[in-house]
Design a protein around this ligand. Sequence first.
Ligand SMILES: Cc1cc2nc3c(=O)[nH]c(=O)nc-3n(C[C@H](O)[C@H](O)[C@H](O)COP(=O)(O)O)c2cc1C
Length: 365
Amino acid sequence: MSSTFGTIFRISTWGESHGPALGVVVDGCPSGMELSEADIQADLDRRRPGQSALTTPRNEADRVEILSGVFEGKTTVTPISLLIRNADQRSNDYSEMESLYRPGHADLAYDLKYGFRDHRGGGRSSARETAGRVAAGAIARKLLERACGARILAWVSQVGSERAGALDPLAVTREAIEANAVRCPDAGAAARMAAAVEAARKARDSVGGVVDFAIANPPAGIGEPVFDRVEAELAKAMLSIPASKGFEIGEGFRAAEMRGSEHNDPILHDASGFSFASNHAGGTYGGIAVGSPIVGRVAFKPTATIGLEQKTVSRSGEPAVLAARGRHDPCVALRAPAVVEAMAALVLADLWLRDRARKGVFGLE
Ligand SMILES: Cc1cc2nc3c(=O)[nH]c(=O)nc-3n(C[C@H](O)[C@H](O)[C@H](O)COP(=O)(O)O)c2cc1C
C-alpha cells in the first residue's frame, strides 16, 4: 500500500477506523519551529466527527498527542509522531459488511486486491485516516505561515444543486466559514445547503458537494516542472482524499469555454514588482506559483454508505440487499474543508522545502 506522501516534508499516516488509535509520522520538518498540541488541535476540531447535526453522530474527541520530534516546545527535525485515539467505535454496526459489499465503497476493491481486510467501519479505507493528514497539515500550515505568511482556507461552495453566490476567494474569512455547520461563507446558500443535507438524511440517502480552496501569499517560485507542477501536486493530493471525484485549478473546466483574450491574466509592473490584473490561471503558470493566490476546487461524491436498501452481492457472489446500519456523514463535503486545507498545506510545504534545497538553503533561517 502507499501510505506515505511528500518528498522532503513527508508524512506517513497509519491506523484503521476501529483500531485502538490512528496517527501520522511527519518527517522533514525543519528544526526550531515552535509546536504544541494546541497548534494541531484546532484543525482536528474542524474535521472531527459528531460536531453538528449535519454530520455523522460518531463522537470522537480526536485529541492529539505529540509522541516525538518536539523538545522544549520546538521541533528537533527528528520524526514527529502524532497519536489520536479511537474512542467511539461500534463495530457491530458493521458486522454484515464482513460478508456484504457496500455499493460505492472500497470493500470489494480491497478484497479483490488484497484478499483480506479489516471490514469494521471500512478499516483503512475509512476517512478516519484523514485525521492523520489534518494533524500533519497543521504543522505544514504553521511552517508556511512562518515562511511567507501563507493563509490557506477551504469552504463548501455547493451541496447537491445548491450553490454559493459569487464570492471573492480572498475576501472569505475563517469566521464566515465557521459561522454555520455547512461551512459555507454565503449564509443564505448555507441555509439551503443545510436543508438539502437534512432532506438526504431523512430519506436515508446522501448528497454530494464541492469544496473551494484559496491560498493567499503562497511562496513564490515553488513548483517543479515538468512533472511536479504546483497544480499536478495539488491534483494528486486532493484526489487522494476519499470520495473526491474532481479537481479544478483557476477557471478549471470553465476555461474550455473562454477565449484567450478573456482567460489570459494581464501582466503589470510597478515599484513592488510584477503582478497580474486577474487570476483566471489560479496562481500558477508553467507549473510555478508566481505569488498570486492559488485557487481551485474539489468535487466530492455522495456518501457511499446509506440507509436505503441497495442491491449488492456477498463475498461468495450471492445476490443480497444491504441497508447500512452504521453512523455516516450524509454529505462528506461538510467535513472535507479541513482535509482540503491540510493537503494544500502539505503540498506547499514540501514544494517550498524542495525549492529551498535546490537553492542550497536548509533549515528555517
Ligand atoms: C471527511 C470524510 C468523511 C467521510 N465519511 C464517510 C461516511 O460516513 N460513510 C461513507 O461511506 N463514506 C465516507 N467517506 C468517504 C469514504 O471514505 C470513501 O468513499 C471510501 O473510502 C471509498 O473511496 P472512494 O469514494 O474515493 O472510491 C468520507 C470521506 C471524507 C473525506
